[in-house]
Design a protein around this ligand. Structure first.
Ligand SMILES: C[S@@+](CC[C@H](N)C(=O)[O-])C[C@H]1O[C@@H](n2cnc3c(N)ncnc32)[C@H](O)[C@@H]1O
Length: 250
């Protein structure tokens, strides 16, 4: 298998670091504002980050909530099955607004997920839903729906499929999306999870959050994996639009 694809599937820390600034710039400010509006009168907020990786969401959202008027002490729990990524998160300076703990949990383990979500006011996940198989994603919504009170849930930067490039290369998007569906929900993820939340009585808001890439190391790295997963010979790209979607359930 192509090395870059292997790295992307294993969530190489260099790949996560490369995408972090673009992810931070892309996340829906509107949905963050709706989330913050629920929290402005709180003294303490427990935030559980599912599939936290090396801590990108913590570094973005903790100061962002403060900017949006959330004065609460933020207690973050970073959850992932990859201990090495969690160790990297702890080795990076923690935003002043937050205290941080980690939990090594497989999201397919419902009992462990229920335990780690206990007492959560906010549950977040970034670039997560598309890599999960349908039963795991459905199980997450089912566990979230048993919590009393229910937290607010913000899942951001879920791959939405149908990427376009300059120059156009026919068949790559279809091939890549089909490959994504072999490994997880892929581009069907936000729709699948939105339906599951709605079936359990949650109110759901969605917003498109596409990456708009021009010549850059991120474009090169993304394109290498895009072509390889599609089984199409790579060629240089000058730009790409990579659709993602954010979802807030409450
Ligand atoms: C694309 S990375 C995103 C990481 C981070 N949220 C970010 O935005 O940089 C997906 C993360 O989900 C984690 N993950 C995937 N499947 C998981 C599972 N079944 N249980 C726990 N973590 C999982 C991976 O280890 C990885 O850290």
């Amino acid at each position: 298998m192509d090395e870059t694809v292997t790295e992307l599937e294993n969530f190489d820390p260099d790949w996560l670091a490369l995408r972090e600034p673009v992810d931070h710039a892309t996340r829906s400010r509107r949905l963050e504002g709706l989330l913050a509006a629920r929290l402005t009168d709180r003294e303490r907020v427990r935030v559980v980050d599912l599939g936290a990786g090396s801590g990108s969401t913590l570094r973005h959202l903790a100061p962002r909530l403060q900017e949006l008027g959330v004065a609460a002490e933020q207690e973050w729990v970073l959850v992932d099955h990859d201990e090495d990524l969690l160790a990297r998160a702890l080795a990076t300076p923690v935003p002043a607004a937050a205290s941080v703990a980690t939990a090594t949990v497989d999201l397919a383990d419902r009992d462990a997920v229920r335990d780690v979500l206990s007492g959560a006011d906010v549950v977040v996940g970034s670039a997560l839903l598309d890599v999960l198989p349908a039963p795991v994603a459905t199980g997450l919504v089912e566990v979230l729906s048993t919590l009393d009170p229910r937290p607010a849930v913000l899942f951001v930067l879920t791959v939405a499929g149908g990427a376009t490039s300059e120059p156009e290369v026919p068949g790559v998007a279809e091939g890549f999306d089909a490959d994504q569906r072999v490994h997880g929900l892929g581009p069907d993820a936000t729709g699948h999870v939105a339906d599951a939340f709605a079936a359990h009585g949650w109110s759901v808001e969605r917003e498109a959050t596409p990456w708009r890439l021009s010549t850059s190391p991120l474009l090169d790295a993304w394109a290498e994996g895009w072509f390889a997963a599609a089984g199409v010979p790579a060629q240089p790209l000058s730009a790409a639009v990579v659709p993602h979607e954010d979802l807030l359930a409450q």
